[in-house]
Design a protein around this ligand. Sequence first.
Ligand code: ZN
Length: 233
Amino acid sequence: MNRGKEQFQCPVCNYEGPFADVNNFGGFRKHARCPQCGALERHRLQHWVLMQLFETTNTSGLKILHFAPEPFFTSILSNRFAAYETADLCMKNVTHKVDIQNLPFGDRTYDFVFASHVLEHIPNDRKAISEIRRILKPDGIAILPVPIVCEKTVEYPEANPNEGYHVRAPGLDYFQRYQGCFDRVEVQSSHSLPERHQPFIYEDRSIWPSRACPLRPPMPGERHLDFVPVCYA
Ligand SMILES: [Zn+2]
């Protein structure tokens, strides 16, 4: 049964077996999706980071703002927090239709902010980061992962429709932009998780720059790290 295929365990749904490959605008990715719950590499890592946080933080009285809410995390977060609100500029069915670069909320409104794969779409991301910091209460936490696809961040002159309208290629230096705003930034990586959960990104980045991604620099290696920065106000 499944002989020859690598076996993994999903930390979200406890499925055991091979993970499915995916093929999207970024190209082919091996061992990406849990066939039972649909968790992708980033979901498995982010879920693990959230569960670690929930072990030490009682969230039942806290208020969370979830930007660009991915269905994967909506019930996980709404079940955990006393108040669960969502925000996006374009999505329907969000609590707040707002621009992350200019939020209409008062200072110190939320205990928790979750914005996964959002800031790589935002032209003035530094303003967005400072807005997130501003609306957090003292001791608040923001989880702000972006896809890290190269060594050094590359800003694009315009959004690239072939990359889901990313306005930059975030590099390993990207999370430095959080450090000026927050008291402390702890970055978890794919190495934080047991390898049986498969939190790595298997992607051929030697094909960049490509016609679809003309400004992404090439990156050697078959297996890349994913990251989850946890920012403390
Ligand atoms: Zn699963």
